[in-house]
Design a binder for this molecule. Structure first.
Ligand code: MN
Length: 293
């Protein structure tokens, strides 16, 4: 078996005092294909009045990809979408040239378990018009004690409905019994697999919650074993073409682009629009880390 890198999460706080486990970007691995950001929230029991609250904030050059596992979140954005996301659903927001959104637990919500990822947009479309899509269902099939949910891309005759702009894969595995499988992979993709619950066994190695096994490229088959109740997220994609600059909630293809986005957010530029009916102030960007381009 080829070398597998074990990436560990760091804790990051999102709004409302909710902390998440951040896997990407990681010191030793920034991206998996176009997947450039990966937060795992929960599983957590929310005390009354202590749900997640992330006030209005901007994005550029990326898609935010939310997979709900337990609980419900309310999304609002500057295009006017107000959408509750429930377990097993996906929200996909395309920031393109600019969008603003807020996310919050519903007032009486008691649970939170979700993965939120960002997908970097290729340079050719990174300035596209913003969009928001809610996917109430994705393809799900049961095979040999495992429930597979295809979140993005194609998988051997299945096609996810999510609108993405590069060749990538997102698939959730939930073992309903002890499960052992040999997954056929694409040699031109790089892959990683994150344990969301339980444990994922790859050969002799075992990966627990919030450990990301980074596989890299040139795999045509992955032998894995999951104990009953274990849940994992398999991510893959063609290695991203080009360099991106990530700062705060912006992705750009140059530092100048990101500095412009931050300047525009701070000056209330119309490209970001505004979120209506969120109770609370928009987020303030931290100072740019660069003095000039
Ligand atoms: Mn966001």
């Amino acid at each position: 078996m080829q070398h597998i890198q074990r990436l560990v999460s760091r804790s990051a706080e999102v709004g409302g005092g909710v902390s998440v486990n951040r896997l990407l970007p990681n010191r030793s691995q920034r991206m998996i294909g176009a997947w450039c950001f990966l937060d795992h929230a929960g599983p957590a029991i929310l005390q009354p009045g202590h749900g997640m609250r992330v006030g209005p904030h901007p994005h550029t050059g990326l898609q935010t990809f939310t997979r709900m596992i337990e609980g419900q979140l309310l999304h609002r954005d500057s295009l006017g979408y107000v959408q509750v996301i429930r377990p097993n659903q996906v929200n996909l927001m395309t920031a393109g040239h600019g969008i603003t959104h807020s996310e919050e637990s519903l007032p009486d919500e008691q649970r939170l378990h979700a993965a939120q990822l960002w997908i970097a947009l290729p340079k050719t479309v990174s300035n596209m018009a913003p969009a928001f899509d809610h996917y109430p269902q994705v393809p799900v099939w049961q095979q040999d004690g495992c429930r597979y949910s295809l979140l993005a891309g194609r998988w051997h005759g299945h096609q996810a409905p999510t609108r993405v702009y590069s060749d990538l894969l997102g698939m959730e595995l939930l073992a309903t019994e002890d499960h052992r499988v040999s997954l056929p992979l694409r040699a031109d993709f790089e892959y990683g697999i994150l344990t969301l619950e339980g444990a994922v066994h790859l050969g002799e190695d075992s990966f627990g919650p919030n450990e990301l096994a980074y596989l890299g490229r040139d795999w045509t088959q992955l032998d894995l074993a999951l104990k009953a109740g274990s849940r994992a997220l398999l991510l893959g994609g063609l290695p991203f073409d080009g360099e991106i600059v990530m700062w705060w909630n912006f992705v750009g293809h140059s530092r100048a682009e990101v500095m412009q986005a931050q300047h525009d957010w701070e000056s209330g530029h119309a490209r970001f629009g505004q979120v209506n009916d969120y109770v609370g102030a928009p987020l303030v960007a931290p100072p740019l880390p660069w003095k000039s381009i």
